[in-house]
Design a protein. Structure first.
Ligand SMILES: Cc1cc2nc3c(=O)[nH]c(=O)nc-3n(C[C@H](O)[C@H](O)[C@H](O)COP(=O)(O)OP(=O)(O)OC[C@H]3O[C@@H](n4cnc5c(N)ncnc54)[C@H](O)[C@@H]3O)c2cc1C
Length: 391
Protein backbone atom coordinates (compact mmCIF):
# COMPACT_ATOMS: atom_id res chain seq x y z
CA UNK A 1 0.00 0.00 0.00
CA UNK A 2 1.55 3.28 -1.09
CA UNK A 3 1.70 5.85 1.68
CA UNK A 4 2.05 9.58 1.13
CA UNK A 5 2.95 10.77 4.65
CA UNK A 6 5.71 9.15 6.63
CA UNK A 7 5.03 8.31 10.29
CA UNK A 8 7.38 9.59 13.01
CA UNK A 9 7.97 6.10 14.40
CA UNK A 10 7.58 2.47 13.27
CA UNK A 11 8.52 -0.84 14.90
CA UNK A 12 10.44 -2.03 11.84
CA UNK A 13 11.86 0.07 9.05
CA UNK A 14 13.01 -1.86 5.95
CA UNK A 15 15.30 0.20 3.72
CA UNK A 16 15.41 -0.96 0.09
CA UNK A 17 12.52 -2.27 -1.98
CA UNK A 18 14.57 -4.71 -4.10
CA UNK A 19 13.42 -8.35 -4.19
CA UNK A 20 14.85 -9.08 -0.71
CA UNK A 21 13.32 -6.08 1.10
CA UNK A 22 10.00 -6.63 -0.69
CA UNK A 23 9.91 -10.30 0.37
CA UNK A 24 10.45 -9.35 4.01
CA UNK A 25 7.74 -6.65 3.87
CA UNK A 26 5.23 -9.08 2.38
CA UNK A 27 6.06 -11.75 4.94
CA UNK A 28 5.52 -9.37 7.84
CA UNK A 29 2.04 -8.25 6.78
CA UNK A 30 0.32 -10.61 9.18
CA UNK A 31 2.84 -10.56 12.06
CA UNK A 32 1.02 -7.81 13.99
CA UNK A 33 4.17 -5.67 13.89
CA UNK A 34 4.18 -2.30 12.28
CA UNK A 35 6.65 -2.41 9.35
CA UNK A 36 7.37 0.21 6.70
CA UNK A 37 9.31 -0.36 3.46
CA UNK A 38 11.10 2.64 1.96
CA UNK A 39 12.64 2.65 -1.52
CA UNK A 40 14.84 5.40 -2.96
CA UNK A 41 13.54 5.05 -6.52
CA UNK A 42 10.02 5.59 -7.83
CA UNK A 43 10.44 2.89 -10.49
CA UNK A 44 13.06 0.25 -11.30
CA UNK A 45 15.42 1.52 -14.00
CA UNK A 46 16.91 -0.35 -16.94
CA UNK A 47 19.08 -3.24 -15.73
CA UNK A 48 20.91 -5.77 -17.95
CA UNK A 49 21.01 -8.57 -15.34
CA UNK A 50 19.10 -11.81 -15.79
CA UNK A 51 19.04 -13.82 -12.57
CA UNK A 52 19.02 -17.59 -12.26
CA UNK A 53 16.58 -18.28 -9.46
CA UNK A 54 16.35 -21.63 -7.71
CA UNK A 55 13.03 -23.47 -7.44
CA UNK A 56 12.99 -22.96 -3.66
CA UNK A 57 13.35 -19.17 -4.12
CA UNK A 58 10.51 -19.15 -6.65
CA UNK A 59 8.33 -20.97 -4.10
CA UNK A 60 9.18 -18.37 -1.41
CA UNK A 61 8.35 -15.47 -3.75
CA UNK A 62 5.19 -17.19 -4.98
CA UNK A 63 3.90 -17.72 -1.45
CA UNK A 64 3.68 -13.96 -0.85
CA UNK A 65 2.55 -12.92 -4.34
CA UNK A 66 5.94 -11.73 -5.61
CA UNK A 67 6.07 -14.38 -8.33
CA UNK A 68 3.51 -14.59 -11.10
CA UNK A 69 3.13 -16.87 -14.11
CA UNK A 70 2.86 -13.67 -16.14
CA UNK A 71 6.47 -12.74 -15.37
CA UNK A 72 8.78 -13.38 -18.33
CA UNK A 73 10.66 -16.19 -16.59
CA UNK A 74 12.38 -18.99 -18.52
CA UNK A 75 12.66 -22.48 -16.98
CA UNK A 76 16.09 -24.09 -16.51
CA UNK A 77 15.98 -27.87 -16.90
CA UNK A 78 19.71 -28.62 -17.01
CA UNK A 79 22.96 -26.89 -16.12
CA UNK A 80 25.97 -27.96 -18.15
CA UNK A 81 29.26 -27.27 -16.29
CA UNK A 82 32.50 -27.64 -18.24
CA UNK A 83 36.08 -26.50 -18.57
CA UNK A 84 37.27 -25.27 -21.97
CA UNK A 85 40.00 -27.38 -23.60
CA UNK A 86 39.49 -30.50 -21.41
CA UNK A 87 37.11 -33.44 -21.26
CA UNK A 88 35.91 -32.60 -17.74
CA UNK A 89 32.24 -31.77 -17.59
CA UNK A 90 29.10 -32.53 -15.62
CA UNK A 91 25.40 -32.02 -16.21
CA UNK A 92 23.06 -31.18 -13.35
CA UNK A 93 19.45 -32.05 -14.12
CA UNK A 94 16.10 -31.39 -12.47
CA UNK A 95 15.72 -35.18 -12.13
CA UNK A 96 18.81 -35.26 -9.86
CA UNK A 97 16.70 -33.43 -7.28
CA UNK A 98 13.28 -34.81 -8.22
CA UNK A 99 12.13 -31.36 -9.27
CA UNK A 100 10.11 -30.38 -12.37
CA UNK A 101 12.83 -27.80 -13.16
CA UNK A 102 16.01 -26.57 -11.47
CA UNK A 103 14.77 -23.01 -11.45
CA UNK A 104 14.17 -20.11 -13.82
CA UNK A 105 15.97 -17.18 -15.29
CA UNK A 106 14.26 -13.83 -14.91
CA UNK A 107 15.31 -10.31 -15.91
CA UNK A 108 16.15 -8.41 -12.70
CA UNK A 109 14.10 -5.45 -13.92
CA UNK A 110 10.90 -7.53 -14.34
CA UNK A 111 11.26 -9.22 -10.97
CA UNK A 112 12.07 -6.01 -9.06
CA UNK A 113 9.31 -3.96 -10.74
CA UNK A 114 6.76 -6.72 -10.13
CA UNK A 115 7.81 -6.81 -6.47
CA UNK A 116 7.31 -3.05 -6.07
CA UNK A 117 3.95 -3.17 -7.90
CA UNK A 118 2.72 -6.03 -5.72
CA UNK A 119 3.70 -4.31 -2.47
CA UNK A 120 2.14 -1.02 -3.71
CA UNK A 121 -1.17 -2.78 -4.26
CA UNK A 122 -1.08 -4.91 -1.11
CA UNK A 123 -1.36 -4.30 2.62
CA UNK A 124 2.32 -3.65 3.48
CA UNK A 125 3.01 0.12 3.75
CA UNK A 126 5.51 1.34 1.13
CA UNK A 127 7.01 4.80 0.54
CA UNK A 128 8.58 5.25 -2.91
CA UNK A 129 11.14 7.92 -3.85
CA UNK A 130 12.38 8.07 -0.24
CA UNK A 131 16.15 7.78 0.12
CA UNK A 132 17.70 7.18 3.52
CA UNK A 133 20.63 9.60 3.80
CA UNK A 134 21.64 9.29 7.46
CA UNK A 135 21.46 6.66 10.20
CA UNK A 136 21.99 7.09 13.93
CA UNK A 137 22.10 3.95 16.05
CA UNK A 138 21.04 4.54 19.64
CA UNK A 139 20.59 2.11 22.51
CA UNK A 140 16.78 1.95 22.37
CA UNK A 141 16.05 2.84 18.76
CA UNK A 142 17.58 3.86 15.43
CA UNK A 143 16.88 7.20 13.84
CA UNK A 144 17.04 7.75 10.09
CA UNK A 145 16.88 10.81 7.88
CA UNK A 146 15.09 10.42 4.55
CA UNK A 147 15.04 12.62 1.49
CA UNK A 148 12.02 12.80 -0.77
CA UNK A 149 13.29 12.59 -4.37
CA UNK A 150 10.30 14.58 -5.67
CA UNK A 151 10.52 17.79 -3.59
CA UNK A 152 13.87 17.19 -1.76
CA UNK A 153 12.14 17.58 1.61
CA UNK A 154 13.78 15.90 4.64
CA UNK A 155 12.01 13.58 7.08
CA UNK A 156 13.09 11.94 10.34
CA UNK A 157 11.84 8.62 11.56
CA UNK A 158 12.69 6.34 14.50
CA UNK A 159 12.34 2.56 14.65
CA UNK A 160 13.02 -0.27 17.09
CA UNK A 161 14.58 -2.40 14.35
CA UNK A 162 16.27 -1.08 11.23
CA UNK A 163 16.61 -3.61 8.39
CA UNK A 164 19.04 -2.67 5.65
CA UNK A 165 18.09 -4.37 2.37
CA UNK A 166 19.66 -1.56 0.36
CA UNK A 167 22.26 -3.60 -1.53
CA UNK A 168 25.02 -2.28 0.78
CA UNK A 169 24.81 1.47 0.07
CA UNK A 170 24.51 2.57 3.72
CA UNK A 171 27.10 0.38 5.46
CA UNK A 172 29.49 3.31 6.00
CA UNK A 173 26.84 4.99 8.16
CA UNK A 174 26.96 2.27 10.83
CA UNK A 175 29.30 2.92 13.74
CA UNK A 176 29.77 -0.73 14.73
CA UNK A 177 30.06 -2.56 11.38
CA UNK A 178 33.13 -3.00 9.17
CA UNK A 179 32.96 -4.11 5.58
CA UNK A 180 35.71 -6.04 3.81
CA UNK A 181 35.90 -5.64 0.05
CA UNK A 182 37.89 -8.13 -1.98
CA UNK A 183 38.05 -6.92 -5.56
CA UNK A 184 38.30 -9.78 -8.06
CA UNK A 185 39.83 -7.31 -10.50
CA UNK A 186 37.32 -8.69 -12.94
CA UNK A 187 34.31 -7.30 -14.76
CA UNK A 188 31.26 -9.21 -15.95
CA UNK A 189 30.31 -8.43 -19.54
CA UNK A 190 26.55 -8.88 -19.91
CA UNK A 191 24.68 -9.28 -23.20
CA UNK A 192 21.70 -11.08 -24.66
CA UNK A 193 22.74 -13.48 -27.42
CA UNK A 194 20.35 -15.32 -29.74
CA UNK A 195 21.26 -18.98 -30.37
CA UNK A 196 20.78 -20.35 -33.89
CA UNK A 197 18.87 -23.31 -32.41
CA UNK A 198 16.39 -23.39 -29.46
CA UNK A 199 18.17 -23.64 -26.10
CA UNK A 200 15.69 -26.18 -24.60
CA UNK A 201 16.15 -24.74 -21.14
CA UNK A 202 19.84 -25.72 -20.88
CA UNK A 203 22.12 -23.30 -19.02
CA UNK A 204 25.90 -23.40 -19.46
CA UNK A 205 28.68 -22.66 -17.00
CA UNK A 206 32.01 -22.69 -18.81
CA UNK A 207 35.37 -22.21 -17.16
CA UNK A 208 37.62 -20.78 -19.90
CA UNK A 209 41.29 -19.74 -19.47
CA UNK A 210 40.38 -16.06 -19.54
CA UNK A 211 37.51 -16.31 -17.04
CA UNK A 212 34.23 -18.12 -16.29
CA UNK A 213 31.28 -17.64 -18.64
CA UNK A 214 27.61 -18.43 -18.08
CA UNK A 215 24.82 -18.67 -20.62
CA UNK A 216 21.39 -18.46 -18.99
CA UNK A 217 18.27 -19.22 -21.06
CA UNK A 218 16.27 -15.97 -21.19
CA UNK A 219 13.18 -16.05 -23.43
CA UNK A 220 14.34 -17.30 -26.84
CA UNK A 221 17.79 -15.86 -26.09
CA UNK A 222 20.60 -16.48 -23.67
CA UNK A 223 21.91 -13.89 -21.25
CA UNK A 224 25.68 -14.10 -21.31
CA UNK A 225 27.65 -13.35 -18.14
CA UNK A 226 31.31 -13.31 -19.13
CA UNK A 227 33.92 -12.65 -16.45
CA UNK A 228 37.20 -11.09 -17.54
CA UNK A 229 39.79 -8.46 -16.68
CA UNK A 230 38.60 -4.82 -16.90
CA UNK A 231 40.92 -4.29 -19.92
CA UNK A 232 39.51 -7.32 -21.78
CA UNK A 233 35.98 -6.21 -20.90
CA UNK A 234 36.58 -2.73 -22.35
CA UNK A 235 38.04 -4.26 -25.50
CA UNK A 236 35.11 -6.65 -25.90
CA UNK A 237 32.53 -3.91 -25.44
CA UNK A 238 34.20 -2.13 -28.36
CA UNK A 239 34.01 -5.16 -30.72
CA UNK A 240 31.52 -5.17 -33.59
CA UNK A 241 28.52 -7.48 -33.15
CA UNK A 242 30.00 -10.04 -35.54
CA UNK A 243 33.40 -10.00 -33.81
CA UNK A 244 31.76 -10.43 -30.40
CA UNK A 245 29.63 -13.35 -31.64
CA UNK A 246 32.69 -15.12 -33.11
CA UNK A 247 34.51 -14.78 -29.76
CA UNK A 248 31.67 -16.48 -27.88
CA UNK A 249 31.22 -19.09 -30.61
CA UNK A 250 34.89 -20.04 -30.30
CA UNK A 251 34.48 -20.64 -26.57
CA UNK A 252 31.30 -22.71 -26.90
CA UNK A 253 32.18 -24.37 -30.23
CA UNK A 254 31.83 -27.92 -28.86
CA UNK A 255 28.51 -27.18 -27.05
CA UNK A 256 26.39 -24.74 -29.06
CA UNK A 257 25.90 -24.48 -32.82
CA UNK A 258 26.27 -20.71 -33.00
CA UNK A 259 24.59 -17.38 -32.40
CA UNK A 260 22.73 -15.13 -34.83
CA UNK A 261 22.57 -11.83 -32.88
CA UNK A 262 23.84 -9.96 -29.82
CA UNK A 263 22.15 -7.13 -27.95
CA UNK A 264 23.65 -3.99 -26.40
CA UNK A 265 26.52 -4.98 -24.06
CA UNK A 266 27.23 -3.75 -20.52
CA UNK A 267 30.02 -4.35 -18.02
CA UNK A 268 29.85 -4.72 -14.23
CA UNK A 269 32.79 -4.61 -11.75
CA UNK A 270 32.96 -7.66 -9.47
CA UNK A 271 33.91 -7.85 -5.80
CA UNK A 272 33.20 -9.96 -2.74
CA UNK A 273 31.81 -7.76 0.05
CA UNK A 274 31.41 -9.20 3.51
CA UNK A 275 30.79 -7.74 6.98
CA UNK A 276 32.38 -8.47 10.35
CA UNK A 277 28.79 -8.99 11.54
CA UNK A 278 25.40 -8.88 9.80
CA UNK A 279 23.88 -7.32 12.94
CA UNK A 280 24.79 -4.16 14.83
CA UNK A 281 23.14 -1.94 17.38
CA UNK A 282 19.42 -1.86 16.39
CA UNK A 283 20.26 -2.91 12.83
CA UNK A 284 20.34 -6.03 10.67
CA UNK A 285 21.62 -6.39 7.11
CA UNK A 286 20.01 -8.79 4.63
CA UNK A 287 20.51 -9.65 0.94
CA UNK A 288 23.33 -7.85 -0.83
CA UNK A 289 23.67 -5.51 2.13
CA UNK A 290 24.89 -8.51 4.15
CA UNK A 291 27.04 -10.11 1.43
CA UNK A 292 27.72 -9.32 -2.21
CA UNK A 293 28.99 -12.32 -4.15
CA UNK A 294 30.60 -12.99 -7.51
CA UNK A 295 27.76 -13.95 -9.89
CA UNK A 296 29.57 -17.08 -11.16
CA UNK A 297 27.38 -19.50 -9.19
CA UNK A 298 24.16 -17.43 -9.44
CA UNK A 299 23.63 -17.48 -5.67
CA UNK A 300 23.35 -13.84 -4.48
CA UNK A 301 19.62 -13.37 -4.67
CA UNK A 302 18.84 -16.93 -3.61
CA UNK A 303 20.88 -16.38 -0.45
CA UNK A 304 19.32 -12.96 0.17
CA UNK A 305 15.80 -14.35 -0.05
CA UNK A 306 16.71 -16.92 2.59
CA UNK A 307 18.00 -14.07 4.80
CA UNK A 308 14.60 -12.36 4.50
CA UNK A 309 12.73 -15.59 5.18
CA UNK A 310 14.68 -16.33 8.39
CA UNK A 311 14.42 -12.74 9.62
CA UNK A 312 10.64 -12.77 9.09
CA UNK A 313 10.37 -15.96 11.18
CA UNK A 314 12.41 -14.45 14.02
CA UNK A 315 10.45 -11.19 13.98
CA UNK A 316 7.19 -13.13 14.13
CA UNK A 317 8.46 -14.96 17.25
CA UNK A 318 9.64 -11.75 18.95
CA UNK A 319 7.43 -9.54 21.12
CA UNK A 320 7.22 -5.96 19.90
CA UNK A 321 9.19 -4.63 22.88
CA UNK A 322 12.12 -6.97 22.19
CA UNK A 323 12.50 -6.04 18.52
CA UNK A 324 16.01 -4.82 17.70
CA UNK A 325 17.35 -6.02 21.09
CA UNK A 326 20.72 -7.78 21.13
CA UNK A 327 19.25 -11.25 21.92
CA UNK A 328 16.96 -11.17 18.89
CA UNK A 329 19.71 -9.90 16.60
CA UNK A 330 22.20 -12.53 17.79
CA UNK A 331 19.64 -15.25 17.21
CA UNK A 332 19.27 -14.09 13.62
CA UNK A 333 23.04 -13.98 13.18
CA UNK A 334 23.46 -17.52 14.49
CA UNK A 335 20.71 -18.92 12.28
CA UNK A 336 22.12 -17.40 9.10
CA UNK A 337 25.84 -17.84 9.63
CA UNK A 338 26.14 -21.42 8.30
CA UNK A 339 24.22 -20.95 5.03
CA UNK A 340 25.72 -17.52 4.31
CA UNK A 341 29.26 -18.65 5.23
CA UNK A 342 29.14 -21.82 3.13
CA UNK A 343 27.58 -20.22 0.04
CA UNK A 344 30.01 -17.29 0.22
CA UNK A 345 33.01 -19.61 0.61
CA UNK A 346 31.75 -21.96 -2.14
CA UNK A 347 31.27 -19.09 -4.61
CA UNK A 348 34.61 -17.50 -3.77
CA UNK A 349 36.42 -20.85 -4.01
CA UNK A 350 35.07 -21.45 -7.54
CA UNK A 351 36.90 -18.32 -8.65
CA UNK A 352 40.12 -19.43 -6.93
CA UNK A 353 39.90 -23.04 -8.16
CA UNK A 354 39.21 -22.14 -11.79
CA UNK A 355 41.59 -19.18 -11.90
CA UNK A 356 44.89 -20.97 -12.55
CA UNK A 357 45.60 -21.74 -16.23
CA UNK A 358 48.54 -24.07 -15.24
CA UNK A 359 48.28 -27.51 -16.87
CA UNK A 360 48.33 -29.64 -13.63
CA UNK A 361 45.52 -27.53 -12.12
CA UNK A 362 43.49 -27.80 -15.33
CA UNK A 363 43.93 -31.56 -15.29
CA UNK A 364 42.85 -31.78 -11.62
CA UNK A 365 39.73 -29.66 -12.32
CA UNK A 366 38.87 -31.79 -15.30
CA UNK A 367 39.11 -34.95 -13.15
CA UNK A 368 36.98 -33.33 -10.44
CA UNK A 369 34.23 -32.49 -12.95
CA UNK A 370 34.36 -36.04 -14.33
CA UNK A 371 34.13 -37.44 -10.79
CA UNK A 372 31.06 -35.31 -10.06
CA UNK A 373 29.52 -36.47 -13.33
CA UNK A 374 30.06 -40.16 -12.61
CA UNK A 375 29.07 -40.15 -8.96
CA UNK A 376 25.36 -39.61 -8.41
CA UNK A 377 25.62 -38.54 -4.76
CA UNK A 378 28.35 -35.99 -5.56
CA UNK A 379 26.24 -34.62 -8.42
CA UNK A 380 23.15 -34.53 -6.23
CA UNK A 381 25.09 -32.76 -3.44
CA UNK A 382 26.46 -30.19 -5.87
CA UNK A 383 23.00 -29.57 -7.40
CA UNK A 384 21.43 -29.40 -3.93
CA UNK A 385 23.94 -26.74 -2.84
CA UNK A 386 23.14 -24.69 -5.97
CA UNK A 387 19.37 -24.98 -5.49
CA UNK A 388 18.78 -25.03 -1.73
CA UNK A 389 21.92 -23.49 -0.18
CA UNK A 390 23.23 -24.95 3.06
CA UNK A 391 20.53 -24.68 5.65
C1 LIG B 1 26.01 -9.55 -13.21
C2 LIG B 1 25.23 -10.14 -12.06
C3 LIG B 1 24.55 -11.34 -12.22
C4 LIG B 1 23.86 -11.90 -11.15
N1 LIG B 1 23.23 -13.10 -11.33
C5 LIG B 1 22.61 -13.67 -10.29
C6 LIG B 1 21.94 -14.93 -10.45
O1 LIG B 1 21.97 -15.52 -11.54
N2 LIG B 1 21.29 -15.47 -9.38
C7 LIG B 1 21.27 -14.84 -8.16
O2 LIG B 1 20.68 -15.40 -7.21
N3 LIG B 1 21.87 -13.65 -7.99
C8 LIG B 1 22.53 -13.06 -9.01
N4 LIG B 1 23.12 -11.83 -8.84
C9 LIG B 1 23.02 -11.17 -7.53
C10 LIG B 1 21.69 -10.43 -7.39
O3 LIG B 1 21.53 -9.47 -8.41
C11 LIG B 1 21.63 -9.74 -6.02
O4 LIG B 1 22.02 -10.66 -5.03
C12 LIG B 1 20.23 -9.25 -5.70
O5 LIG B 1 19.80 -8.30 -6.66
C13 LIG B 1 20.22 -8.62 -4.31
O6 LIG B 1 18.92 -8.15 -4.01
P1 LIG B 1 18.69 -7.10 -2.86
O7 LIG B 1 17.22 -6.87 -2.80
O8 LIG B 1 19.44 -7.47 -1.66
O9 LIG B 1 19.43 -5.77 -3.39
P2 LIG B 1 19.14 -4.89 -4.64
O10 LIG B 1 18.52 -5.70 -5.72
O11 LIG B 1 20.41 -4.17 -4.93
O12 LIG B 1 18.05 -3.83 -4.13
C14 LIG B 1 18.41 -2.81 -3.23
C15 LIG B 1 17.32 -1.74 -3.27
O13 LIG B 1 17.62 -0.76 -2.26
C16 LIG B 1 17.38 0.54 -2.78
N5 LIG B 1 18.23 1.48 -2.03
C17 LIG B 1 19.57 1.61 -2.07
N6 LIG B 1 19.99 2.58 -1.25
C18 LIG B 1 18.87 3.09 -0.65
C19 LIG B 1 18.66 4.13 0.28
N7 LIG B 1 19.68 4.86 0.77
N8 LIG B 1 17.39 4.41 0.67
C20 LIG B 1 16.34 3.69 0.18
N9 LIG B 1 16.50 2.69 -0.74
C21 LIG B 1 17.74 2.39 -1.16
C22 LIG B 1 17.80 0.42 -4.26
O14 LIG B 1 17.22 1.43 -5.04
C23 LIG B 1 17.28 -0.98 -4.61
O15 LIG B 1 15.97 -0.97 -5.08
C24 LIG B 1 23.83 -11.24 -9.90
C25 LIG B 1 24.49 -10.02 -9.74
C26 LIG B 1 25.20 -9.48 -10.81
C27 LIG B 1 25.92 -8.17 -10.61
Amino acid sequence: MLIKRLPLHVDILIVGGGPVGALLAQKLINSGHQALLVEAKCAVGKDPRALAIAQSSIAALHQVGLWSDELDATPIHKVHVSQAGTLGRTVLTAQDLDLPQLGCTIPYQSLAQHALNTVSMGKAPLALGMKVSKIEQLARFAQVTLQDSRDHSEHHLTCRLLVLADGGQLIDQLHDIQQTIKSYEQHAVLAKVTPKHPHQGIAFERFADDGPMALLPNGIDYTLVWTQTPEQAAARLALTEQEFISEIEQRFADRITGFSAVSERASWPLALKTLNSVVGERVVMIGNAAQTLHPVAGQGLNLGLRDADTLAQIICQTPKTALGEAAMLQRYRQLRSRDAGLVTAFTDSLIGIFDSPAAPMKHARSLALMAIDHCQWLRKGFAQRMVHGAR
